[in-house]
Write a protein that binds this ligand. Structure first.
Ligand code: GDP
Length: 312
């Protein structure tokens, strides 16, 4: 029997792996970070949820892992050039229509985020369930020497320059997960923490207590987003240091243990020369996913680990 897998995801590393799991037609569902959600010109923006939906629908822009493949930007340019409105995010025309429809479902039809996401999922013909981590407002705040800011401001507008003192998930103590996500998680065989930024993509998910408690009951497999003392891309290294962990596989395992989650298997890159913790089972392989074939190859290896772990 194939295991039923709960995947925790951000918006770049794990979607690359989801692209492979999708091709294998694996049995999984995804719980996605919403700590970077916000409103822009009245549109509800849920960057990681959208990347996961576009990935599973086979329409993601897999150069940037943001937006829809082949999208045009006439709306964005019209806003800037004719109306003098500079959106801080370059939203494509199709992507904008998609976000507009979700905003309509939420604002005019009164749907919760998870209901609107499920409606969009069905309309896109995606068979795998996708759950935002919460319907409540949880915002990842980057505390820097230049003040507190939203992740988008830190990473996109300020290009990750400010030095970081801490990271907070505002609203997470009062937030709860969609009940369907918790039910599905409790019924799953194994949790896969993809190669996402631990601090800004997975941490927010674990900050929701009902998800954290359910995950503690399950076998957990982690794919590392680090090679040596650097993340494959993005600010994960700087953010890990800011919250007191090494930016490598040791820090990764310590970080999850700090949440009370003890990974059963660590899948790390074969080029990584950092000594992993002794008390975790390690599988080494090529974890870099440039093309779809890479995603499929890694997804096959991950599935064989998940099968083993869920049988044990
Ligand atoms: P975000 O929401 O855009 O920050 O995306 P994620 O948190 O899902 O992914 C960002 C993380 O993915 C970074 O820490 C990268 O190191 C990692 N990453 C990106 N591409 C790859 C890859 O091909 N392989 C591995 N192992 N990690 C990757």
């Amino acid at each position: 029997m194939e295991p039923r897998v709960c995947v925790l995801s951000g918006g770049t590393g794990t979607p690359k792996l989801l692209r492979g799991l999708r091709e294998l037609e694996a049995d999984f569902f995804v719980i996605v970070n919403t700590g970077e959600d916000r409103e822009l010109l009245g549109l509800h923006i849920s960057p990681d949820v959208d990347t996961v939906l576009y990935t599973l629908a086979g329409i993601v822009n897999d150069e940037t892992w943001y937006g829809v493949d082949g999208d045009s930007f006439r709306g964005h340019e019209f806003l800037r050039e004719r109306l003098g409105v500079d959106e801080s995010l370059r939203i494509g025309d199709v992507d904008r229509a998609f976000k507009q429809y979700r905003t309509y479902l939420m604002k005019c039809k009164g749907m919760r985020l998870s209901e609107a996401v499920d409606e969009l999922r069905r309309r896109l013909g995606i068979r795998w369930k996708v759950y935002p981590m919460t319907d409540d407002r949880v915002v990842t705040i980057i505390v820097t020497d230049e003040g507190e800011m939203h992740f988008h401001e830190f990473w996109v507008e300020r290009r990750g320059q400010p030095s970081v003192d801490d990271v907070r998930y505002d609203g997470s103590e009062e937030a709860s997960a969609p009940s369907e996500a918790v039910d599905d998680l409790l019924r799953s065989d194994v949790v896969l923490i993809g190669p996402s930024n631990p601090v800004t993509s997975i941490g927010p998910i674990l900050s929701i207590s009902d998800l954290r408690h359910a995950i503690r009951e399950k076998p957990v497999v982690v794919v590392s987003p680090f090679i040596g003392n650097e993340p494959v891309s993005g600010p994960a290294g700087k953010l890990m240091r800011a919250v007191g962990f090494e930016p490598n596989v040791r820090g990764l395992i310590d970080y999850y243990r700090g949440w009370g989650i003890d990974p059963d298997v660590l899948i790390m890159d074969e080029r990584d020369d950092v000594e992993p913790p002794e008390d975790v089972e390690v599988v080494r392989t090529d974890t870099i996913m440039k093309k779809e074939e890479d995603s499929i190859r890694l997804a096959k290896e991950v599935m064989s680990v998940l099968r083993e772990v869920s049988r044990a």
